[in-house]
Design a protein around this ligand. Structure first.
Ligand SMILES: O=C(O)CCC(=O)C(=O)O
Length: 318
């Protein structure tokens, strides 16, 4: 498979916010066979733009308040250009077609079963490398491994969670569109579970010979459902605008996502904090089956970025 597994919505499906059973089945099949599906035209472009602009503004505000914070920030995988930042927490920047996207829920519920819940609402940024910047790419990685370590030799089970991504800008070769390794969600053993760099490198290079990766080249308005076990990597951004995508985790009813370890190394269940104004929007909906694991805080909710980043940086000017 050298093309992005994609389904497109018709005008009628968009208007009725409903999608045929056959199309859902096709999308589910794409996730099961290839590890992902792109649903084109699933989200209003103007919602995406509003969230993007607000995120840029909140990030700018954050940098003004914490001027010592390195602009590109410590990211994982040895690179500085990548950062995970929490999206806006106020009601006005929460959109039904993003958080409660009916097509995404139809697909994730079909795979994960009843009682699917959203355990995380985050975003992935790739900052501009700039003309003289370090053009680093992420290492090929998976976000989670198999459910049980003895799956090797048998067949991998279904995932316990699925990642839902919403690109906030058009994803292009130039701005660091994610590299995707289709089919690797079923690879055993999972590279997530391996520790030796050379072993992982060997497996990745071997796969490259037969199933090279493709790039997530998609316009805004697209939504992606992917198995987090599928290998992927962000690429350098050679443009001047940050490349951002929202990331939500849809989880099976018993699965609890864990927050990153605190200073004492303790990991608590991840519960998303939103402004109190969002309570009604997030809690009282009977039509769509997705529950959000959240708590509410009084506005102004300005410290969500600091909370996310302070575990990387203790405030000492760098
Ligand atoms: O931002 C990207 O393109 C990749 C994000 C990523 O590495 C992840 O979802 O784990």
């Amino acid at each position: 498979m050298h093309e992005l597994p994609t389904i497109s919505l018709t005008q009628k499906e968009r208007e009725n916010q409903a999608i045929s059973k056959e199309k859902i089945a096709r999308a589910v099949q794409c996730v099961e066979n290839h590890g992902m599906v792109v649903i084109q035209g699933a989200v209003e472009k103007k919602h995406v733009l509003e969230v993007y602009q607000q995120m840029l503004s909140e990030h700018e505000d954050f940098l003004k308040r914490f001027p010592g914070y390195p602009l590109r920030g410590p990211g994982g995988f040895g690179a500085e250009a990548f950062k995970g930042l929490p999206p806006p927490r106020a009601r006005e920047f929460l959109f039904e077609d993003i958080i409660f996207n009916p097509y995404a829920i139809a697909v994730t519920e079909s795979i994960l079963g009843r009682g699917v819940h959203c355990g995380s609402y985050n975003s992935h940024w790739v900052f501009s490398s700039g003309p003289d910047g370090q053009r680093v790419r992420q290492s090929v990685h998976a976000d989670c491994g198999s459910l049980f370590s003895n799956e090797g030799g048998m067949y991998p089970l279904s995932p316990a969670l699925l990642t839902v991504n919403v690109p906030l800008v058009d994803f292009t070769e130039a701005n660091g569109a994610t590299e995707l390794w289709l089919g690797t969600h079923k690879a055993v053993p999972s590279i997530f579970d391996l520790r030796e760099y050379d072993e992982i490198k060997g497996i990745v290079l071997k796969r490259m010979e037969t199933n090279p990766p493709i790039r997530l080249l998609v316009p805004t308005g697209s939504l992606i459902v992917r198995d987090p076990r599928m290998w992927h990597a962000a690429f350098p951004n050679l443009t001047n605008e940050p490349r951002v995508m929202l990331t939500m985790k849809h989880c099976r009813n018993w699965y609890r996502d864990l927050a990153p370890p605190d200073a004492d190394g303790e990991q608590k269940q991840s519960v998303i904090a939103f402004e109190r104004s969002a309570r009604e929007f997030l809690y009282y909906r009977t039509r769509l089956p997705l529950k959000i694991r959240c708590r509410f805080v009084d506005p102004p909710c300005r410290d969500h970025i600091w909370e996310a980043l302070s575990r990387y940086w203790d405030g000492t000017p760098l």
